[in-house]
Design a protein around this ligand. Sequence first.
Ligand code: SF4
Length: 389
Amino acid sequence: MNDSLSCRENLLGLPRPQLESFVADLGSKPFRARQLMNWIYKRGEGDFASMSDLAKDFRAQLAVRAEIRPPEVVKVQSSADGTRKWLLRADSSQAFEMVFIPETDRGTLCISSQVGCALDCSFCSTAQQGFNRNLTTAEIVGQVWLAKRELGEFSTDSVEVLGDSHSPRSGSSGLRERAVSNVVLMGMGEPLANFRNVVPALRILLDDFGFDLSRRRVTLSTSGLVPQIYKLAAETNVALAVSLHAPNDELRSELVPINRKHPIAELLEACWHYIDEQNGRSVTFEYVMLDGVNDSPAQARQLARLLAGHPAKVNLIPFNPFPGTRYGRSPLPVIQRFRDELIKGGVLATIRKTRGEDIDAACGQLAGKVIDRTTVRLGSKIIGVAVSQ
Ligand code: SF4
């Protein structure tokens, strides 16, 4: 069921001040909100009746007025390398994705912020589906809550299995699978086009009484909504990643159409402002390696000239082909040469390891198999992006 159809307040959508107000409306003291958050975010408890240190009548009130409801699991895919991908229900015909990537030193959860996306990047599987709707704050936070429960991470052992689930210890990769140490908003959608719901979700991720993640372990990835980057700098201090994908405006406008509205120079200025404001370390620039399109040594040198001397690092991403795409993946030696040129040009660069290749690895690919085609796309005309303030 869609959140908007429920008459009970989903507490996963309320940052601490809003939860305190909600609790006050029920006639309870603000510290009850912190007790509730402890149950929800530290212990993963979803049933008010089990919250034993809350007064019985308060629990009964909560059961009538509130709920703790993560998105419903439609399907789970597990890769031989330990990567796990969940398809989550948005409503009767729409779905979105969440991916967990275990590594030896971290566990990264990639979450979605929208169902589909309107920005129409030409190499993106999600873009093919168009835009359906923004996820609510509860649906964004609910992804992290759900993943931690499914991975058996909360201190309680009473993990209620939702949907098509499986044992939290069932991984075969030998990698540490249980800890969600990092969260990246890099799944379906443009997070800054859903500003109104994403910022409260970030607050819950960072709150000591919430998921208590360090700001360096939460990354928001944007395709370059420049005004919202300035706004974000005033609101939060999470790490920033930018989908750059090209070293010049001509090519970037073809790959990432929002570039026609906010060209590279304007985008980079916003990035440096963000780092200055947040006392941050660097912006990560994502660069998908497309065979014969953006992967030449000359393009690497052009990119290095843009970024050298700035707090920037480049993450080179081998392209994950999906059915219907016109692009192919650059061969590994080409990617390595590109990285070496960047390093020679004074820019820190790494190559992302490909993961989950035996499942529908490209973002949006799994959801694309089940959702209806939607129609809101930028296409070749940038006339403005619907942005929730
Ligand atoms: S790359 Fe990101 S911003 Fe571009 S269409 Fe895909 S989801 Fe949207």
